[in-house]
Design a binder for this molecule. Structure first.
Ligand code: CU
Length: 311
C-alpha cells in the first residue's frame, strides 16, 4: 500500500516535469530570445535585474535599459574569493566620501580618501561588458566569461556627480566552472582598438543588423585608472564629436553626468578587455552619422574615435 502510494507520487512528479518541459519548449519556440541563450539584464531605475549565476564561456548579454538615463556595465573579476560584500564594505566609504569632497571643490581631501582603498582593488581584472546604452534602448554584447566572481557596475554620474554605482547599479555575478558550450559569434565587421593607432574601422556601411567584433590589440591604464573600450554612438551632426569627447572624459569631475548632451544616441559596445581578447556587439543601424569612441580622457586627440556613415 505504502509502495503504491510512493509510486503514484513518483508518476505524478514525472508527469508534472513532462508537462512543464512541454510548456517550456512551446515558450521557447515562440521566443527567439530564449533560443539564443541571452543573459537578460534589465534596468528599471538604478538597478540590474538579472540572474545571480551563469555558466562560463561565450555569453551574450541582452541589456534593456527601461530607465530615463543612459547606463552601461563593466564586469570586474574579483581577486581570490572576494565578492560584493567586500566590494561595498571596502570601496563605498572612500569613493562616496571622495566624490562628496570633489563636489564641494575639496580636491585634496577627496584624493586623501583614495588612500584608504585596499590593496585587493588593484588586482581587479576588467573583463568586458556592455557599452553605453541610451534610455529606452536595448543593446547586445558577447563576452567570453572565465569562471570566477565578478562585480558589475555602471558609473555614469548623477547630476550631482555621484556615480550610479552608489545608487544601486552594482551587482555580483558568479560564473561557474561548467561551460555553456557556446561558440563565438560570427562578425560582419571588425573593429581594431590599440592605444597608439586608436580605433580602426570602415568609413561607411549599409543599414541593417550587424555583428561587430572588437579586437583589443593592446590595453593600458589611462588617467582615469581604467582602460580603453568601444562605444557606438549615433550622432545628429559631426560637430557633436568634441562635445561627446568632453562628456566621456571622466577625469573631469563635471563630465559623464546626466543629462547627456542632446543629439547623442548610445547603442552599446564592448567595455574594457585585456590585450589580445575579442568581444562582440550587435546593432541595428539606420541611415545616419555614427562614431565609435572610447571612454577615456582626450579620446578625440588620442584617435580613440572613428566616425562612419550608414547609407
Ligand atoms: Cu548607470
Amino acid at each position: 500500500m505504502k509502495l503504491e502510494y510512493r509510486n503514484s507520487i513518483i508518476i505524478f512528479t514525472i508527469l508534472l516535469l513532462v508537462l512543464s518541459s512541454c510548456k517550456e519548449n512551446k515558450a521557447s519556440e515562440n521566443d527567439l530570445e530564449t533560443q539564443k541563450n541571452y543573459v537578460k539584464v534589465i534596468t528599471n531605475g538604478m538597478d540590474f535585474e538579472m540572474v545571480d549565476e551563469v555558466k562560463s564561456g561565450w555569453t551574450t548579454f541582452r541589456y534593456t535599459n527601461k530607465s530615463n538615463e543612459p547606463h552601461f556595465f563593466i564586469l570586474e573579476k574579483m581577486p581570490n574569493t572576494l565578492g560584493i560584500e567586500t566590494y561595498k564594505k571596502d570601496l563605498f566609504p572612500p569613493f562616496t566620501l571622495a566624490f562628496e569632497h570633489f563636489e564641494k571643490g575639496e580636491i585634496e581631501a577627496g584624493m586623501k580618501e583614495f588612500e584608504k582603498i585596499p590593496e585587493w582593488f588593484y588586482k581587479v581584472e576588467l573583463a568586458g561588458g556592455v557599452g553605453l546604452t541610451s534610455k529606452k534602448t536595448t543593446s547586445k554584447s558577447t563576452i567570453f566569461l572565465e569562471p570566477g566572481t565578478y562585480v558589475m557596475e555602471c558609473y555614469v554620474r548623477m547630476p550631482n556627480g555621484m556615480p550610479h554605482t552608489f545608487m544601486g547599479m552594482v551587482k555580483e555575478l558568479k560564473v561557474i566552472e561548467e561551460t555553456n558550450g557556446n561558440k563565438a559569434p560570427k562578425a560582419d565587421y571588425n573593429i581594431d582598438i590599440a592605444s597608439e593607432k586608436g580605433i580602426t574601422f570602415v568609413d561607411s556601411l549599409k543599414t541593417g543588423d550587424h555583428t561587430f567584433s572588437v579586437k583589443f590589440k593592446d590595453q593600458k591604464q589611462y588617467e582615469h585608472l581604467m582602460g580603453h573600450d568601444v562605444n557606438l554612438v549615433k550622432i545628429e551632426n559631426d560637430s557633436l564629436t568634441t562635445i561627446l569627447g568632453n562628456w566621456l572624459n571622466t577625469v573631469d569631475f563635471k563630465a559623464f553626468r546626466t543629462p547627456v548632451p542632446d543629439g547623442l544616441l548610445f547603442l552599446g559596445g564592448v567595455e574594457d578587455l585585456p590585450a589580445g581578447k575579442t568581444g562582440y556587439f550587435e546593432a541595428n543601424l539606420e541611415k545616419g552619422s555614427y562614431v565609435l569612441i572610447s571612454e577615456i580622457p582626450n579620446a578625440v586627440e588620442r584617435k580613440m574615435i572613428k566616425t562612419f556613415s550608414v547609407y
